[in-house]
Design a protein around this ligand. Sequence first.
Ligand code: C5P
Length: 291
Amino acid sequence: MARFNCVTVLAPAKLNLALDVVGLLPGGYHDLDMTMQAITLYERVVLRRSPYLDLRLPGSLVAPNNKNTAIKAALAFFDYTGLLAGVDITIYKNTPVRAGMAGGSADAAAVLVGMNELYGAHLSMSELCALGAKIGADVPFALMGGTCRVQGVGDFLKALPPVPECWFTVVMPDYGVSTPEAFAAYDKVGSSIHPDCGAQEAAIRAGDLDALCAAAGNALEECSGAKDTGAIKTLLREHGAVTALMTGSGAAVFGVFRDEGAARAAAQAAKRRWKQVYVAQPDRGGARVSR
Ligand code: C5P
């Protein structure tokens, strides 16, 4: 039984505190070992009951077509539940695109969570994750959120305790990176960076921010071809970041700070050169209905 006519969902963007490529999987996908962290930067997704399937993205250049992860999620939901209905989706995007912050996956997760609520379908988290994994590798994490060790394609998730209190300054350059191209470049040139995700998990369990940062790293950073990465990392470190690295397949780069003042000062300095700069904190959840 449908309970509401309209539901609003908040879905956090993510950062990779670590990303390692540990092998190749059938189908050309890569076997990954990662620490993913949800942050307080949200996609806001409004879903309304409708006989039609419609998508709007006000103020965004992202195309509202059938390739959009939100439409894929709605179709996967209808297919799985057998529900004969539509949905009207409006996405207010706050996450930069082609950034390595899983904005598209957050949109898909928001649609799954929102439709589950809108149509009272009572799908479990594991059912939603199984549906989400077919839409994109990062969708299961976008549903789970918080801090997770993520392995395989992105479908083996282990929830970790919250990270110690910290702040993130995220800088998005004026260009984006294509994820398939970043992995293709990795296949050609490999990487000298292989973070120790086990050590980082232990650091998180011990609540040790220094050890967490010492184990941070991204195996895709060198091959992503993102030309501003080095300059952004230098700026963030000069302003007191404990560590700085690229997230996902790029192009966004972030610093980890102990206190808000330093994070905001770094952001102010970054804004002199880059337009898209964000200050955020760790978020303990994933995509959720906002009341
Ligand atoms: O699943 P998603 O559409 O987010 O992945 C985008 C691309 O990233 C894939 O087409 C693939 O080229 C690459 N990828 C990969 N290995 C992963 C995740 C993504 O090679 N574990």
